[in-house]
Design a protein around this ligand. Sequence first.
Ligand code: NAD
Ligand code: GLY
Length: 360
Amino acid sequence: MLTTLSVDLGARSYPILIGSGLLSQRGILDPYLRHRDVLVVSNEIVAPIYLGPLKTLLTGSRIASVILPDGEQHKTMATVSHVLDALVEARYGRDCVVVALGGGVVGDIAGFAASIYQRGVDFIQVPTTLLAQVDSAVGGKTGVNHPGGKNLLGAFHQPICVLADTDTLRTLPDRELSAGLAEVVKYGLIADEEFFAWLEAHSEDLLRRDTAALGHVIRRACELKADVVGEDEHERGRRALLNLGHTFGHAIELKAGYGEWLHGEAVAAGTCMAAEFSARLGTLDPAAVERTRQLFRRLHLPVSPPPAEPGEFLAAMGMDKKVLAGRIRLVLLDRIGSARITGDYAPHELADYLREQFVR
Ligand code: NAD
Ligand code: GLY
């Protein structure tokens, strides 16, 4: 079954195609490729499994490919340069199309390269992890890490199509599946209490990769994300809510070393921290914090950060892109299904919370 959702951005609107077996549906990408030159960007894990099937969808195009090393530690400017070199070497013009085949790391790198090659060329996302299918492939955030901070370098550059073949999730390691579910829980927490309750009731189905359950979460997550992005593409307001748990989470990733904690794992622990901090400020019922922790535990996700020095952790949080006039703005919860972004708390409250968190 094919579900088509739309990200509505006027002339730059694009479809999200979701379904089983899409990588064997000849012609499905033809309307977006129109026989143009294609550079496929993938990595050493994904390419051996899915580059062959993808190529059957690219008939009529001149195809080059670049295979990147695997891992978050390679989400760097050096790797972006490698992709740009491949585009130059192939002598591709402004009318070429970059196709990202892989998880969020490949998608973020390929999308960023596409955003700057000849001041911007088209790109297509073919996400192969749950995290990428529910989040990173949609919405046009592209970029790489800097040793001083997560995702500090990048650009908004929307894809012209997202093709999410849910069959690719069959080869995904269990730990990566759980990491993707962290971003799924996020949508329930910020916008949809009923969806959160559905996740509580279906956590076992999701962990055993029930096709219908996974299809439901991918569609619901993409619906919610498409709605937010259509309203606030450049994160001037509501889109920031999608960063629930990320200010804490990015600090976890940075302090642990890129690639040590999976992004989704850091988001899960970071979300628990955001929920605890919300309860500490009196906006969230402690019972909701416990429900959140319970759901992450059931999905085999961490609910607290690794040991860190509180001052260093706070400094890492200070490199977040939501910082405004030196103030760390956080996404906090009012209840399950409702969140807000705020810098309206006494700075010592956050420092005190971190001290207590890490000195236990
Ligand atoms: P990832 O891209 O590193 O993929 C996870 C692992 O699974 C990798 O080892 C990968 O090679 C492997 N893999 C991918 N597909 C597979 C498949 N079908 N079968 C077997 N193995 C497969 O990680 P991710 O969780 O997909 O993405 C995390 C990244 O996404 C982070 O860098 C994060 O910052 C970024 N992100 C970006 C956005 C955005 O809006 N752009 C949103 C959320 C996260
Ligand atoms: N993953 C957060 C966003 O796309 O805005």
